[in-house]
Design a protein around this ligand. Structure first.
Ligand code: 13P
Length: 261
C-alpha cells in the first residue's frame, strides 16, 4: 500500500513578475512558510528574477526552480541559459518540456530528453511536463500520447537517474482555461504514468516517484485533487502569482494529506 507523500507544490510564474513584484510575493510566502511545514514549496520565477529570489529565499525552506534550460553547458548560443548557470543562481529544480514551450518554441520529446540529461548533470531536478491536447482527449488519444511522451522523453535514463526526476501531468486543455481536469480524469492518467514507471523501473521506484498535476489548480479544487492516490502535488500557474491563492492551495493539499495519515 502506497502512503501519501507530503504535498509538493510548485508555482510556475511563466512570463510574469518584475523584481519589485518578486520581492512582494516572496516576502508574503516566506512569512507564511513556517505555517506550512508539511509541504515542499517551490517557486519558479522568470530568469530575470532568479537571483533576487535566491537572495530572498536564503535560509527558508522554499526552494527555487527555473522554467527552462539549454542542454549545452556554455558556448555561442545567444539567448540561452545552461544548467551550470541555473545551479550557480541557486536553482534546485528546472521545468522541462512545458506545453507552452512545446507549442510556441518547437520543443520536442527529443529536446526534452537532452535537457533532462543536462539538468541532471548540473545537479538540477527536472520537472518534466507531459499532457494531451483537447483534440487528443476527444479522440481518446490521451493515454497513447502520454505513453509516447514518456517513452521518448525519458529514453535512456537509468533507474538512478529516473529516481531524481519529477513528472508533471498537465492536460493542455486545462492550462489557463479554468477548466480543471476532474480528480478522476487526472487520477486516471497519473495512475497510468505510475504504472508505466513501474513496468520500466520496478514498483519501489514507481511508488517513490513524485507525480504532480497542473492545469487550473485553485484553492477550491486543491483538496479534492490531492485526495487522489497518485497526485503528489501541483504545478500551479495563474494561482501562484498571488500569495493568498498559492498559500490556500497549499493549505488545502495539507488538509487532504493529513487526513491520509
Ligand atoms: P494554470 O494553473 O494557469 O492553468 O497553469 C498551469 C501550468 O501551466 C503550470 O505549469
Amino acid at each position: 500500500m502506497r502512503h501519501k507523500k507530503p504535498p509538493f507544490i510548485a508555482g510556475n510564474w511563466k512570463m510574469h513578475m518584475t523584481i519589485p513584484e518578486t520581492r512582494s510575493l516572496l516576502s508574503a510566502l516566506v512569512k507564511a512558510g513556517p505555517d506550512l511545514p508539511e509541504a515542499q514549496l517551490v517557486v519558479i520565477p522568470p530568469f530575470t528574477a532568479l537571483s533576487e529570489a535566491a537572495k530572498l529565499l536564503l535560509d527558508t525552506l522554499i526552494q527555487l526552480g527555473a522554467q527552462n534550460l539549454f542542454w549545452e553547458e556554455k558556448g555561442a548560443y545567444t539567448g540561452e541559459i545552461s544548467g551550470p548557470m541555473l545551479s550557480d543562481t541557486g536553482c534546485r529544480y528546472v521545468v522541462i518540456g512545458h506545453s507552452e514551450r512545446r507549442q510556441y518554441f518547437d520543443e520536442t520529446d527529443g529536446s526534452v530528453n537532452k535537457k533532462i540529461f543536462a539538468a541532471l548533470k548540473s545537479g538540477l531536478i527536472p520537472i518534466v511536463c507531459i499532457g494531451e491536447t483537447l483534440e487528443e482527449r476527444e479522440a481518446k488519444q490521451t493515454i497513447p500520447k502520454v505513453e509516447s511522451q514518456l517513452r521518448q522523453g525519458l529514453s535512456g535514463l537509468s533507474a538512478a537517474q529516473f529516481s531524481e526526476i519529477i513528472l508533471a501531468y498537465e492536460p493542455i486543455w486545462a492550462i489557463g482555461t479554468g477548466r480543471t481536469a476532474t480528480p478522476a480524469q487526472a487520477e486516471e492518467v497519473q495512475a497510468f504514468i505510475r504504472a508505466k514507471l513501474a513496468e520500466k523501473h520496478g514498483n519501489e521506484a514507481a511508488s517513490c516517484a513524485i507525480i504532480i498535476y497542473g492545469g487550473s489548480v485553485k484553492p477550491a479544487n486543491s483538496y479534492s485533487l490531492f485526495k487522489e492516490k497518485n497526485i503528489d502535488g501541483f504545478l500551479v500557474g495563474g494561482a501562484s502569482l498571488e500569495a493568498e491563492s498559492f498559500i490556500q492551495i497549499t493549505k488545502e493539499a495539507i488538509r487532504a494529506y493529513k487526513e491520509e495519515q
